[in-house]
Every structure is written in structure tokens, then in C-alpha cells.
Design a protein around this ligand. Structure first.
Ligand code: 13P
Length: 257
């Protein structure tokens, strides 16, 4: 059965006490109303990871955990960094690689995204590669070639790990702005990305959408835009809205059968 994937990217929100609370709420919500057709993951800040995995273990929840970033190095004198092996030891399943906030605010260029992706995949974890254009690129109608270039640059040389790669299309102009891409815009980009992914050997990869997804627009996007799920920011910080997005995907996948 093909399943959707919904990941809550908490970004730099929620300390470990708040993280425990929200994790318990999400686990309880999914225990009372399971979403069998959706894989669900939470991506808390590094300092919350241990608490979140402990709560999910205690609750025997199927929800998995993602890190928001990782170092491309194995170990050593890299102050402030965290390695793939450290995440693996904590029971982390996924790592988000190349989020636009890392690319734009922390100078993560294409080469460093590619190195990080390699480190994650060689280290045995699953990667969620983020791509997406800014507003100027969209207005100049260069968005498809821009995203295609990001895909080629990150994915060349890691074809052997294709089954552990998920891609998230997050147009920068839609992130945290309340401006969601239209279903037509998302659908067109999904089609372009799937073509490029197939030519690179990643035809089995799930492709997610992210950018102002919320409880009100999730059903329409997943039904009309051919996405395999969502990477959710703001709306993942409340169990109720995150749960509504998960259930919108579950309902849509139930009808696709
Ligand atoms: P918002 O859902 O807050 O727009 O954030 C999207 C995002 O960046 C998820 O990674």
C-alpha cells in the first residue's frame, strides 16, 4: 500500500518540556484516530530529540523522528555540530537536508547540500531533500530549471540509496507567509520534478509539498496536486492542526485505492 508522508518541522520552536507535551498529544490523537495510510514524523530541535523519541517509545507510537539538519563530517573538531552517527544512536529515522532556511541564512550551498545528503545516506538514515525557488526566480519563470538544477546537484552519485530519499518542494515565497502555492502551481512542479527524478534514478522517491500548509488547505492540495504528503512548519506546532493535515492525507489515500 502506498502511504503518504507528513513531517512536522518544528524549526527553532518548543523547548524539551513543550516538546514532550506536543509529542504526547500527537501520539494520543493518532492512537484515538489512526491514520493507517500515512507515515508521520516529527522534526524537533536537536535538544528535544531524546525526549521526543522516549515519549514515542513509551507510547508505542508508530510516529518516527527526524532531525532538521546534520553535519556532513563524521566526528572531530567541529564545534556546535552534530553527526549522523549521533542521530542514529538516538533512534532518529530521517534527516531534513538543505532546508531553504539553512541554504539562505546559514550559507549552505549546493555542494554542501550534496555532501550532507551523502553523509546521511551513507550513514544509513533516510533523507528529506528540500528544494524550492525564491519569488524572483518564480516571477522570471525559471522555477522549473532552478529546481531541476538543485535535484541534479544533490542527487548525482547517490542513486544506490534511492529508496531512502524523499524530496520536498518548498517554494521559499510560500514558507511561513500564509501564501500557499496554488494546486495548479504545485501540480505542475510535481510533474516536472518527477520527470527529473525518474531520469536521475529516483522514480520511487516520494515528493512532498511544503509552504503554508494548514488544516484548511491540506485536503485540497493532496487531492488535486498529486503530492505524496507534506512538510509542515507552523501548523505542526499544534496537535489539532497537525492531526487534521495527517487525516486529510489519510482520507485522500483511502479514496485513491
Ligand atoms: P510553514 O508551514 O510554516 O510555511 O513552513 C514550511 C516549512 O518550511 C517546512 O519545512
Amino acid at each position: 500500500m502506498a502511504k503518504a508522508l507528513v513531517i512536522g518541522n518544528w524549526k527553532m520552536n518548543l523547548d524539551y518540556v513543550e516538546a514532550v507535551h506536543l509529542t504526547q498529544q500527537v501520539a494520543a490523537l493518532l492512537a484515538s484516530r489512526p491514520a493507517e495510510r500515512v507515515d508521520v514524523a516529527l522534526a524537533p530541535p536537536f535538544v528535544d530529540l531524546r525526549s521526543v523519541t522516549s515519549v514515542l517509545e513509551a507510547e508505542r507510537s508508530l510516529v518516527t523522528v527526524a532531525a532538521q539538519h546534520v553535519s556532513d563530517r563524521d566526528n572531530g573538531a567541529f564545534t556546535g555540530e552534530v553527526s549522523v552517527a549521533m542521530l542514529k544512536r538516538l533512534g532518529i529515522t530521517w534527516v531534513i537536508v538543505g532546508h531553504s532556511e539553512r541554504r539562505t541564512m546559514y550559507h549552505m550551498d549546493d555542494a554542501s547540500v550534496a555532501d550532507t545528503l551523502k553523509a546521511v545516506l551513507r550513514g544509513g538514515l533516510n533523507a528529506v531533500l528540500c528544494v524550492g525557488e525564491d519569488l524572483a526566480t518564480r516571477e522570471a519563470e525559471n522555477h522549473e530549471s532552478f529546481v531541476n538544477h538543485q535535484l541534479v546537484s544533490a542527487l548525482s552519485g547517490v542513486e544506490e540509496f534511492a529508496e531512502r530519499v524523499t524530496v520536498a518542494y518548498e517554494p521559499i515565497w510560500a514558507i511561513g507567509t500564509g501564501v500557499t502555492a496554488t494546486t495548479g502551481q504545485v501540480d505542475a512542479m510535481m510533474a516536472a520534478m518527477r520527470l527529473q527524478l525518474a531520469s536521475l534514478g529516483f522514480s520511487s522517491s516520494r515528493v512532498l509539498y511544503g509552504g503554508s500548509v494548514n488544516a484548511d488547505n491540506a485536503a485540497e492540495i493532496v487531492t488535486e496536486a498529486g503530492v505524496d504528503g507534506f512538510l509542515v512548519g507552523g501548523a505542526s506546532l499544534k496537535a489539532e492542526s497537525f492531526g487534521a493535515i495527517i487525516h486529510a492525507c489519510d482520507d485522500c489515500y483511502a479514496e485513491r485505492r
